[in-house]
Design a protein around this ligand. Structure first.
Ligand SMILES: Nc1ncnc2c1ncn2[C@@H]1O[C@H](COP(=O)(O)OP(=O)(O)OP(=O)(O)O)[C@@H](O)[C@H]1O
Length: 243
């Protein structure tokens, strides 16, 4: 089923018949979908349905077995991985972590210029973590660390901002802070794609991709895609008794 999307503008990414996965494991199967430009897309689906794999494909770090991915911009996308995928033992401060976002522009060994430093400070400010700048990433709470990872992504100033479950396990204030920043960057023209289990966050996105077993079940306006029936079917929940 392909519901009609409200996001009628140009596409930042168009995937056609994409099959992709890992050595000896195909995950995404013949997936055709689009990501509208300067809008927010939520990628929703059960555990193991292929959301992270799809983000890897969109980021260009997961090779395709077949199919095509066409991008609207040539600049490298930014992928903010799941917080749990980042080691506790990395000996990095918050400022160093956010500064790594500038490597896409400067390379890791070049000195930062004034603008780089301003972007790093502004990115920390937008996530409310400037006061944590000198703290080690490994000694932060989950929510603080997630803010640092999102700030690193902002510092990259990418046209395509991909986030893997950026608000999972966070309290309401941290979730709201991240949602507000993502809304603001979208308004500035950035294309945001987030994999999420938070249906409230998905429902306020502009566009939604619903996955099941590596296949696209539906694509379009979140309220058309995330219907009660679709959610029950995809999560194999018992259907509601109808009167
Ligand atoms: N590095 C890997 N090597 C082999 N298989 C993998 C690897 N990473 C993920 N998979 C498999 O790919 C499938 C899809 O995983 P993926 O992480 O994309 O799902 P997901 O929808 O993001 O799940 P979750 O909601 O649990 O984060 C799963 O069957 C998983 O076991």
């Amino acid at each position: 089923m392909h519901a009609t999307s409200a996001a009628t503008g140009p596409h930042e990414v168009s995937l056609r018949d994409v099959t992709a996965g890992y050595p000896r494991r195909t995950v995404l199967r013949q997936l055709t979908a689009s990501v509208p430009q300067s809008a927010t897309t939520a990628v929703v689906g059960p555990n193991g349905s292929g959301k992270s794999t799809l983000l890897g494909v969109l980021a260009g770090v997961r090779p395709l077995t077949s199919g095509t991915v066409a991008r609207g911009h040539a600049s490298p996308p930014c992928l903010v991985v799941q917080r749990s995928a980042v080691s506790d033992t990395l000996p990095l401060t918050v400022r160093e972590t956010v500064t790594m976002g500038r490597w896409a522009h400067r390379g890791p060994w070049r000195r930062l210029d004034r603008r780089d430093r301003a972007v790093v400070d502004e990115s920390m400010d937008r996530l409310g973590i400037r006061d944590l700048a000198d703290r080690q990433l490994g000694e932060l709470s989950g929510g603080q660390r997630q803010r640092a990872l999102v700030a690193q992504g902002l510092a990259q100033e990418a046209d395509l901002f991909l986030l893997d479950e950026p608000t999972t396990g966070l309290d309401l204030a941290a979730r709201d802070a991240i949602a507000a920043v993502l809304g603001a960057v979208t308004a500035e023209g950035v294309t945001v794609v987030q994999a999420t289990h938070d249906l409230d966050a998905a429902l306020v996105a502009d566009h939604c991709l619903l996955l099941q077993d590596g296949r696209l079940v539906a694509e379009g306006e979140p309220r058309d895609v995330l219907t009660d029936d679709a959610l029950r079917r995809v999560w194999a929940l018992p259907s509601r008794q109808r009167s």
